[in-house]
Design a protein around this ligand. Sequence first.
Ligand SMILES: NC(=O)C1=CN([C@@H]2O[C@H](COP(=O)(O)OP(=O)(O)OC[C@H]3O[C@@H](n4cnc5c(N)ncnc54)[C@H](O)[C@@H]3O)[C@@H](O)[C@H]2O)C=CC1
Ligand SMILES: O=C(O)CCC(=O)C(=O)O
Length: 529
Amino acid sequence: MKILVADKVSPKGVEYLRQQPGLSVVEAYGSTPEQVLGLVGDVHAIIVRSETKITAEVIAAAPLLKVVGRAGVGVDNVDVEAATDRGVIVMNTPSGNTIATAELTFTHILCGARPVPQAAASMREGRWDRKNFSGGELFRKTLGVVGLGRIGGEVAKRAQAFGMRVIAYDPYLAPSRAKAMQVEGVSLDTLLVQSDYITVHMPLTEATHHMIDEAALAKCKHGVRLFNCARGGIIKETALIAALQSGQVAAAGLDVYEDEPLAADSPLRSLPGLTLTPHLGASTAEAQESVGIEVAEQVADVLQGGVIRNAVNMPSLDAAALKTLGPYMELGQSLGALVQQLGPKQIDSLNITYWGRVIDLDANAITRAIQRGFLRRISGEAINYVNAPVALKRLGVQSKVLKSTDEVDYTELISVEAVAPDGTVAAAKGTLVGKTGKARVVEINNREVEVEAVGKLLIIENQDQPGMIGYVGNLLGRDRVNIANMSLSRTGPGETALIVINLDSEPSAETRAELKANPAIKMAKFVQI
Ligand SMILES: NC(=O)C1=CN([C@@H]2O[C@H](COP(=O)(O)OP(=O)(O)OC[C@H]3O[C@@H](n4cnc5c(N)ncnc54)[C@H](O)[C@@H]3O)[C@@H](O)[C@H]2O)C=CC1
Ligand SMILES: O=C(O)CCC(=O)C(=O)O
């Protein structure tokens, strides 16, 4: 399998890939978008840093592509939606450059307090100016951290070491985590009003775009100092320029920009209180080695064994998770395939319920396996754990997932129901039994059964009358189809009964037609799960 390394990553990472049996590497740095399109036709993986754009067009031009690995955090240069649609995993290396970026942020904060870059530039010009470059102290000042994640958290620690009071705004952070970091969680408005220094550390999203704009800056203390080493566009550049010119912002530091690379004639370049770096957050030898090796290992793991770590468009499945979740995912896939073949073609919702031990597991991965099983016969092999949820949504099928604590007869149970617009339901329940965790279907359409949740099944609903089992057995025997296991279920004498048979091979079309033509048989379905 071929891996295109499109941006320069650590040579150690590339070397790791070269040493893996069955993998070959093409290094092509600084390629134009047209050249990238020409290179991806036969690749199974692409590794990028932040320069190369993996657009929908690139993904469409790469029919074998399984995974895009980003040596870094932000995946803004990858069209994740297009990748997800195609079932391509997008993974990043979320922690390898945390310290490097936190340290660069702190360098900016220090340069905001003491104008070191400006003083250094004046020395180069041959001056000895001790009047114009005095600054302030960080000690006892308040630092407002917006986004208290990995990098924000490390910046907070460093600020505390400098004797700063640290407050933070992060709507998704559990209050206990802020408390553990001895950081005061506050509202955005409080942070803006109380901070002497503000630093932002979130991804660029609809909610964070221009979060720090004219209105936000007007709420700040006069002479506030502002820093962005996260993503351009979180701080509105035109608002920052105006605030630096008016003195509302005394100093600022930027590593990232609304448009990168920053235009040579950008007005940002000529503001005296502003220190600029060209997106250098992750540019340390240590961080690059770390993310380069991590991304290489992660991509090789996907190509070689299906182990998925740090995927941004599906749950991570490392070897330990796969060991635990694998049997449930297989059971889920079988149940999904079973209700799809059992039920009406058109459905408007796929309802999944989990009971017992399974509730404590990563149900997201099991849900995707059920959805994949359901879609496989409809959409073929192109459906995988990555694109199953979007493919289902595209069909107009709602996915409902419930975790129930109600008592059931099994220590763990998964139920899948396909509900048609007219209310018709096809339903199956399954569990794992015994020490080895064998997958069993234990209910079909509300009838208790017990059959292996794998292979070929014949499901017959018939009048509960003498001779039916013999009739079915004879018919299959005549067709040379061996019965591996059989389960019977009935609601009561004289009503309908359900016969579910594990078969070793597929019955012929004639046998199936004969079964369907029998007036005592209401339904006869052969399903492959
Ligand atoms: N300058 C550079 O070279 C680098 C930049 N980065 C960027 O730094 C940013 C942070 O990275 P990490 O700390 O690793 O990410 P993270 O995912 O650990 O932390 C992000 C935090 O932002 C919070 N958040 C999300 N939306 C928010 C909102 N609307 N308001 C406030 N908080 C919000 C999240 O709850 C989370 O705690 C990312 O944008 C990443 O791309 C990362 C590495 C290098
Ligand atoms: O690879 C780089 O230098 C950019 C790092 C970055 O911005 C990120 O990891 O989000």
